[in-house]
Design a protein around this ligand. Structure first.
Ligand SMILES: [Zn+2]
Length: 448
């Protein structure tokens, strides 16, 4: 396997940034863009010169995974150690001082455990990798990082066959009004429970059959309980499904993953367990049942089905209107290390180009200016004509109002014969609200 052009560019940009004197650098690159290979290539170049790398990760499964990727890429593992962040922060005195600290999913890397490691090895460069440099709190990353290097855009990766193209459907099944945000910024568990109280689980199966029948799908739901019910419903309809959660033991989890890989299980249901690092190329569909305010989570989950495979078209079924909060997964976004003062997620989600709408016929989420739905051919010309007429009527109304205002402004108060006109006159001349009432009453235009 060879390194890709855009990965080479990312590494060059990183090198230049460090040569310019930036000590700690954050590297952004979309999910599925081959981040672990990029990291391996950087580590290979560093360890070749017998400089040390300490790689900290936040999930146990990743330790093995990264070690495997790195050694098969030719990283000298005598000079590269991979640890869970908790383990590393407890053993600081025992670790050999690294020249570089690598952090995966670096949008978490301002947490205390990470900071403790950075502070202890304060001469080491920190290189943080993430698909989504954004935090729920809206706070930035300047406390740790001096520079941000941006990878290729998702649209570009799709266009150049590094990620699969996708179709996005929206069929809401929960009650959005019940959702409440917690102090951390995402929805509370309780409010998600309330919002999902009246879910008709059969509808989820119907959407799957309608938009994604017979495809391999991952379902993300908001609670273990709801996951279990989804899996049950799929199985009842003759579609093999398995629910997996944090309490499922390791063997059973591995078995479920294996069965999913070989197609013995078609639908894998979980609550946030399978995010980064789950790589099943022929998984074609993602069903979202977990409403979120976290852009990181939205991108991580929705793009799980977009690994490239020749001829594959990914299907995203959004049952909780997440797209109304973030736009589509491949929208261009303004990544920054700075704090995001207001509406942190909205800013991060700055959607480029045309707005989007949901097709009433097929539930596809499509560009707002489409006259015909590209998915089902639904004709929007009537809707567009009505919208245009409504706009024209409004414009007409505004024009008529303006003409009337011009007319009033040329008159004297005694020439006006209604309270409404006197009130308008008073407003134009900055009189107190009581003036028009007094005038009108004096001239008998209003009674009382
Ligand atoms: Zn349509």
């Amino acid at each position: 396997m060879q390194i890709r052009e855009y990965q080479k560019k990312l590494i060059d940009d990183l090198r230049i940034s460090m040569e310019q004197g930036h000590k700690n650098v954050m590297v952004q690159s979309p999910a599925g863009s081959g981040k672990s290979i990029t990291m391996a290539e950087i580590a290979k170049r560093i360890t070749r010169h017998h400089q040390r790398v300490l790689f900290v990760v936040h999930r146990r499964e990743l330790v093995r995974q990264i070690k495997d990727t790195f050694s098969s890429w030719g990283v000298d593992m005598n000079f590269c150690k991979v640890y869970m962040v908790q383990t590393a922060s407890r053993r600081l005195k025992k670790l050999i001082t690294p020249s570089y600290i690598f952090v995966d999913e670096a949008h978490h890397s301002l947490a205390k455990t990470y900071r403790k490691i950075f502070d202890h090895f304060n001469d080491a460069h920190v290189i943080g990798f993430t698909a989504t440099p954004v935090r729920l709190s809206g706070k930035g990353f300047k406390d740790v990082y001096d520079d941000l290097i941006l990878g290729p855009k998702i649209k570009w990766l799709i266009k150049n066959h590094y990620l699969a193209p996708y179709t996005y459907y929206s069929v809401e099944v929960i009650d959005q009004n019940a959702l409440k945000k917690s102090s951390t910024g995402d929805y509370t568990r309780q409010s998600m429970e309330n919002a999902g109280k009246n879910i008709i689980y059969g509808d989820i199966i119907k959407s799957y059959q309608k938009f994604a029948n017979k495809t391999k799908a991952i379902v993300y739901s908001y609670s273990v309980q709801s996951c279990k019910r989804v899996a049950e419903e799929f199985n009842r309809n003759g579609i093999s499904a398995k629910e997996v959660d944090g309490k499922t033991n390791k063997e059973a989890r591995q078995q479920a993953m294996k069965d999913f890989r070989i197609g013995k299980i078609m639908v894998l249901v979980n609550a946030e367990l399978y995010g980064e690092g789950v790589d099943i190329p022929d998984c074609q569909t993602v069903i979202m049942l977990r409403p979120t305010q976290s852009l990181s989570l939205f991108i991580q989950q929705s793009m799980r089905c977009m690994r490239y495979q020749s001829g594959k078209r990914a299907i995203i079924i959004d049952q909780v209107a997440n797209y109304t909060r973030f736009g589509l997964p491949d929208a261009d976004r303004n990544w920054t290390l700075e704090d995001r003062a207001k509406h942190p997620q909205k800013e991060g989600a700055t959607v480029d180009g045309p707005a989007i709408k949901t097709c009433p016929e097929c539930f596809g989420v499509i560009k707002a200016n489409c006259v015909a739905c590209p998915l089902c051919g639904h004709d929007f010309s009537v809707e567009i004509r009505e919208l245009k007429q409504k706009k024209e009527q409004e414009l007409h109304k505004i024009k008529a109002q303006q003409i009337h205002i011009n007319y009033i402004s040329t008159k004297k108060p005694e020439e006006l014969n209604s309270f409404r006109d006197l009130a308008l006159y008073g407003k134009l001349h900055g009189y107190k609200p009581g003036w028009a009432y007094f005038q009108a009453k004096k001239r008998g235009l209003i009674k009382g």
